[in-house]
Structure formats: C-alpha cells, structure tokens
Design a protein around this ligand. Structure first.
Ligand code: FAD
Length: 470
C-alpha cells in the first residue's frame, strides 16, 4: 500500500499531521511538493520562491535520513497527483488542510476526482473551535483570545519514527542540475529549512536568559533584535505553530520572574493573532479586497501614483518610513513596528488606498502571507479589526524617537542621514541650514523634503470620522 503525502505549507517532519496520517495508512509514503504555476507565477512570488527552494532542499535532506526523498514537480496539482498515483500505485493522498480561498478551491477541485484526505490545520487550535456560536468569525481580538485560551493546547506530534520507505527512481526536479539557478537563496539572514526554524525557536525560548523574557520590552526596538524572526518559517510551515505555542507555554512556566512570564505571554499573544487572522480570512475571503468596516469603502482615497511611488521607493522624507520601505525592497524584511508605521502612513498621511500597499507588501515580503498581511493592513489602515473608537494616527518621527533613539536603524537604510545629529535624524526638516551643511545632508537636495506635511494625518482623521458617521 502506497500513499502520497502532498506537502503544501507544512515543509517539516515535526508535528506534521498529514505525514502521520499517511504513515498510518500505508507501508510506503511518497512525499511530493508541487510547484503550482498559479502560485509561483503570481507577481512578487520571486523572493519567497528562493526561500521555498532552500526549504525543499532541506526537507529532502531530512527525508533521506528516514528512508524517503522529496518528489518536486511542476504543474497543475490535479494532473501531477494523478500521474504520480499512477506511477507509484498510490491509493490515497494525505495533505494538511489549508484555509486560504485559493487553497480551498484547489483542494475541492482535486477531491472531485482523486482520493484526497485533508487532515490537521495550519493554526494552533482547530479553526472550527475558534468561531462564534453562530459560526461566524470573531472580529474583536479580545473575545477571540478568551475562547482560544480556554481550549487545551494540543500536544505537537513527534517526528516520524518509522522509515517512509519511499520507492526510489521517481523523477524529481531536485535531481535536475541548475533548475533553480535563477533563485539565489536568502541564505544569510534567513537560512531556509526546518532545522534552522527549530534552532531559532529554541534560541528564543529556552534557558533563563532567553530573549522571550525581554520580548515585551524590546520587541519594538529597531536597534536590537528583540523578536524571534520566525515568520518566514511559519509562512511555509517549516515550523509548526503548535510547537511554537508549546515552547511559549514552557517558557512561561520556567520564567525567572513575573516580568519574564508576562513577556513570554506577550509572545504567545502574537501567535494567537496569527490564528485570529487565519480564521478571519477563512470566513472573510474578501479580506484582501474589501474593508471589513463598511465605512472603509466610503473613504475618498486619492489616486496618487506619484505619492505611492515615493512611499514604495522610500523617498517620502520621513526617515522611519523610508528606512523601512528601502529595507523591504532590499531584503524582503521589515520589523513589525515599521510595518505598522509605513502602512498607516500610506493610508492616513497619503490617503492612498490600503489595497495598493497590501499588494506591494505581498510582492516583497519574505513572510508575505495573505491572511496575516491582509488582516494587518486592514488594522493599520483603520478599516477593519482595530477596535479603537478613535482614528489612530502614527507620527513617524515620534515613533522612531521611541524605537530607534539614536537612529541606528534609520542610518543603516538611509545613508544620506548617516552624519545627521541624533536630535534631527527623526525629523531632518527641522534641521537648521548650518547643521544641514555640516552633516552633508541638505533637505530637498540630498534627502527629500517631506512629501506631505505632518498635519496631513490630522486631515485624514477628519475624513475618516466623516466616513464613519455617514
Ligand atoms: P515575533 O514578534 O517574534 O512574533 C512571533 C510570531 O507571531 C510571528 O512570527 C508571527 O507568526 C506572529 N505575529 C507577530 N505579529 C503578528 C501580527 N501583527 N499579526 C499576526 N501574527 C503576528 N506577518 C507575516 O507573517 N506575514 C505578513 O505578510 C505580514 N504582513 C504584515 C503587514 C503589516 C502592515 C503589519 C503591520 C504586520 C504584518 N505582519 C506579517 C505581522 C508581523 O509584522 C510579523 O509577523 C513579524 O514582524 C514577524 O517577525 P517575528 O517572527 O520576529 O515576530
């Protein structure tokens, strides 16, 4: 008896329910990953594809140690699976359930003609247990979190003990020399693969000095690395969120003091946010296209391609926004605090449709995840899930004074400001001419003058309030 393990967003051996189910059902398991052109040719998939390829190689190596190998093929999933079933004599396909609208359409289509069995889920708790009594999704995080926390934490599954006994001689793109040559891996900052993901998780959560105990204090500091830097691994399932939640809870239990315990709890809360957006997206497939709050559709967004280009390319004249946007383009990464500020800046200061920004982030983020990105954009633009009764405005200069007091992060990504004194690096337009000359940074010449004045956000506040009232 042979079964296919169809890997999609679970590139790992630890806590892999679909792999477990396949091993229970069959004597031999064929792990297969399909490069689905609908996904890989989507705009902006390039940066994530590099990371993905590295992850496939790492998984293949891990499988070899267990009598398996990874079959990678390209094509429409139904066709590839059908051919592979015929080749191997497999009688069932096991896959972890995915919740995105595209994944659900794809899986329904495959299941029409093939024996596809969906098991598990990409969230910590089963999504069905995280909905309101009427079956709808929560839109208020606090209520969601209370339900989430009342559920017993599922224990992660161990890596398989048994050999996969994968038949040999199956064609895999991994055998073809140079097929991925155009894809230079992001090896330095984010080495792909499960082993690296687990190493990072352990480094972040284990021992009395673990960074998780400083997370609450340092997460927003841009001059330190206060966060786990795990999101690309969650994005591709190189790390199970249940394994991460178990590590957070263990860290809470072992915390050296009350502050450490609260800090570990704050980190767990971020994992709960991830579940929240996954469940929300499963219920609101238009999350990326339509504002959850109806008033969001009444906001008179400005059609402003030039303003958008200034934002996207990091030349708004607001150092924190520019640093983040340049970092995003150069590396595919941006710290959470800067994502919030940059996203809110587009929607409030520039009054440009949040959907433009959402797409730009999806194009460039290494961890670009439709549910998490879409949900956070709605939050940052103030058109969904944010329950604050007022219109939230982030002033970039005030934000960076707090998160990057000496401008180390800003100077790294905006070298024009390298020699500007600390007190002006957050708001260079305030710099007197003689200091501009001394710092080699003339505002409007060497570094842009502000694209819009700071008070633009106050005008947005009025527009948002009016849209709400109507
Ligand atoms: P940590 O702070 O160590 O948090 C641990 C994990 O918790 C993260 O890896 C992530 O899985 C989860 N998490 C943290 N913050 C959030 C959040 N706000 N919402 C949901 N889950 C969270 N994250 C993505 O993974 N993909 C995206 O496409 C994405 N787009 C975003 C867009 C905007 C406008 C904003 C404001 C945030 C976005 N985030 C996104 C959330 C957050 O910025 C990243 O998850 C975080 O910066 C990843 O760094 P880390 O792994 O060091 O996180």
């Amino acid at each position: 008896e042979v079964a296919l393990w169809w890997i999609r967003r679970d590139l790992r051996l630890h806590d892999a329910p679909a792999l477990h189910a396949a091993l229970r059902a069959a004597a031999a398991v064929v792990p297969v990953f399909i490069l689905d052109p609908t996904l890989t040719r989507a705009p902006g998939a390039t940066i994530r594809r590099r990371f993905l390829i590295g992850g496939l190689r790492a998984l293949d190596a891990a499988l070899h140690a267990r009598g398996g190998c990874l079959v990678v093929r390209e094509g429409s999933p139904a066709e590839v699976l059908e051919a592979l079933m015929a080749e191997t004599g497999a009688s069932a396909i096991f896959a972890e359930r995915d919740l995105t609208p595209y994944a659900r359409r794809r899986d329904a289509f495959v299941a029409r003609s093939l024996p596809l069995r969906l098991v598990g889920h990409p969230t910590i708790h089963p999504p069905e247990s995280l909905v309101r009594a009427d079956g709808g999704a929560y839109r208020v995080f606090g209520a969601f979190r209370r339900v989430w926390e009342a559920l017993p934490l599922p224990a992660p599954l161990p890596p398989p003990e048994r050999s996969l006994a994968t038949p040999t001689g199956l064609f895999s793109l991994l055998h073809v020399e140079g097929w991925e040559t155009r894809m230079i891996a992001q090896e330095e900052e984010f080495p792909p693969g499960e082993a690296e993901a687990l190493r990072r998780l352990r480094a972040f959560t284990e021992g009395p000095e673990a960074p998780i105990y400083r997370y609450a204090r340092e997460r927003d500091r841009l001059d330190r690395e206060g966060t786990a830097r795990l999101s690309p691994y969650f994005r591709f399932g190189m790390l199970s969120p249940r394994t991460a939640a178990a590590a957070a809870i263990a860290a809470m239990a072992n915390a050296p003091d009350a502050e450490g315990q609260r800090s570990a709890q704050a980190w767990l809360r971020e994992l709960i946010w991830r579940d929240f957006f996954y469940v929300l997206f499963a219920h609101e497939p238009a999350l990326r296209r339509r504002s959850l709050f109806p008033f969001g559709e009444r906001i008179p967004w400005r059609s402003d391609p030039e303003g958008f280009a200034a934002w996207a390319e990091g030349r708004t004249g607001y150092p924190l926004v520019d640093a983040g946007m340049r970092q995003l383009q150069a590396t595919g990464w941006m710290p959470n605090r800067v994502r919030m500020v940059a996203a809110a800046f587009l929607a409030k200061h520039l009054l440009i449709d949040w959907r433009w920004g959402e797409r730009w982030f999806m194009t460039h983020l290494l961890d670009g995840d439709p549910a998490v990105n879409g949900g956070n954009w709605q939050w940052a633009a103030g058109v969904g899930v944010d329950t604050a009764p007022y219109v939230r405005i982030f002033q970039p200069a005030a934000q960076s004074r707090r998160s990057d007091p000496h401008g180390a992060y800003i100077r790294r990504w905006v070298p024009e400001l390298a020699d500007v004194p600390d007190e002006y690096v957050h708001a260079p337009w305030e710099m007197p001419p003689e200091i501009q000359r001394a710092a080699g940074c003339r505002v409007g010449v060497d570094y842009p003058a502000p694209w819009v004045p700071e008070r633009a956000a106050a005008q947005a506040r009025v527009i948002f309030r009016e849209a709400r009232r109507r």
